[in-house]
Design a protein. Structure first.
Length: 110
């Protein structure tokens, strides 16, 4: 009878079995390959980024003025200006509201 002479190196490894539609197999394979590549943090790529700058950019993508955003959010436009310029923190609740209005991931505003 054959017997394993060496123990396979599986420490720190996880075996996955995935069942996906045939048309999505390539996309899932690519996502797994990308996940295995080294990642770079957003802070190292965008060192000057801040929640306010992200808010300004998201608002710009929607071609919306501070006044328009403030009206939809139910606040004064001065508050939007203060958030964009780092003079007013963006709470989690406000980030969620802004995320819904701007169709943007709210966590980017935190």
């Amino acid at each position: 009878m054959l017997e394993l002479t060496r123990k396979p190196h599986t420490e720190g490894m996880v075996s996955l079995t995935v069942v996906v539609p045939t048309g999505r197999a390539d996309a899932v394979t690519m996502a797994i390959k990308e996940a295995l590549e080294p990642n770079v943090s957003a802070d190292s790529v965008f060192p000057d980024s801040s929640p306010g700058k992200v808010l300004r950019g998201a608002r710009g993508l929607k071609e919306m003025t501070q006044r328009q955003l403030a009206k939809l959010a139910g606040m004064r436009s001065a508050h939007i200006s203060d958030m964009e310029n780092g003079r007013r923190p963006i709470s989690r609740e406000m980030a969620r509201k802004l995320g819904r209005i701007l169709d943007f991931p709210y966590k980017a505003f935190l």
